[in-house]
Design a protein around this ligand. Structure first.
Ligand SMILES: [Zn+2]
Length: 261
């Protein structure tokens, strides 16, 4: 059973305005609706609205919209099922019978994709400390990025070799199809599967739960574009990519200031 009841009960018990206000304290009444700066795109004038009557949100800027579950899915980077669990706890609704079986195919894929991103993050972080990454370590040092920041933001370096990451991931049981779907690999003209990121300083982009959903990457050679972002994936929409990287870089800059203070 899809547990329609639990979803309906949660919807009845929770007010979307209150739930969203916990994430966006500046949410203000504006006529019948509530308004704030959109959390899903970068803007200076509020175009994010919440309608208490329909219990839905809508952004006139980026067209993100949905109900309270969609909001939690998007802002926390959760699957539908995870958002139901989170909101069930909040609403004091018994969480039972909502088993793995009630996960959709989409839920399952997203969970697998997140695992692949996690592996990539650890892999690139470790590689940054190797003797093959001296150039990257020097690059970060030259930009006054402290070791603390490197760790906090899980910065890394991707090997220049063609498929070092793919081989490692396949060895650990990830399918090539999944790695391509995660934007971590692609198929070359000759049909060979190749690492998507090569010889680049890796900046993981995380959701609000701290899960890595994409990478921004800067090359240290004249090899491909200077900056390369993850392609569009089920975890991450390109429209938000720049915003995510902007946030990450701003945080890193902030961190840098603090370390000088
Ligand atoms: Zn928006």
């Amino acid at each position: 059973m899809r547990s329609q009841n639990i979803v309906e009960t949660i919807r009845e018990r929770l007010d979307i305005v209150e739930v969203i206000r916990e994430y966006i304290p500046s949410l203000k009444k504006a006529g019948r609706n509530f308004k704030a700066l959109c959390p899903f795109h970068n803007e200076k004038t509020p175009s994010f609205t919440v309608n208490p009557d329909t219990q839905r949100f809508y952004c006139f800027g980026c067209q993100e919209n949905g109900d309270v579950f969609t909001f939690i899915e998007k802002i926390d980077g959760l699957t539908f099922m995870e958002s139901v669990k989170k909101l069930a706890d909040k609403a004091g609704v018994q969480w039972e019978g909502f088993s793995m079986k009630s996960m959709t195919e989409n839920d399952r894929i997203r969970i697998e994709l997140k695992k692949a991103m996690e592996l990539a993050t650890v892999f690139y972080s470790r590689f940054l400390t190797s003797s093959n990454a001296l150039k990257a370590a020097q690059y970060l040092k030259d930009r006054n990025v402290s070791q603390k920041s490197v760790e906090k933001f899980s910065l890394g370096f991707s090997p220049i070799s063609e498929n070092m990451f793919v081989n490692e991931a396949v060895k650990r049981g990830f399918s090539k199809e999944l790695l391509i779907k995660a934007g971590l690999a692609y198929v070359k003209e000759n049909g060979q599967i190749t690492d998507y990121f090569r010889g680049r300083v890796m900046f993981p982009i995380k959701n609000t739960l701290g899960e890595v959903i994409a990478f921004g990457a800067r090359t240290l050679d004249d090899f491909g574009p200077k900056y390369l972002n993850s392609p569009e994936t089920p975890l991450f929409s390109k429209r938000k990519t720049l915003y995510g990287i902007f946030e990450a870089l701003r945080d890193i800059r902030k961190e840098k200031k603090n370390s000088f203070a």
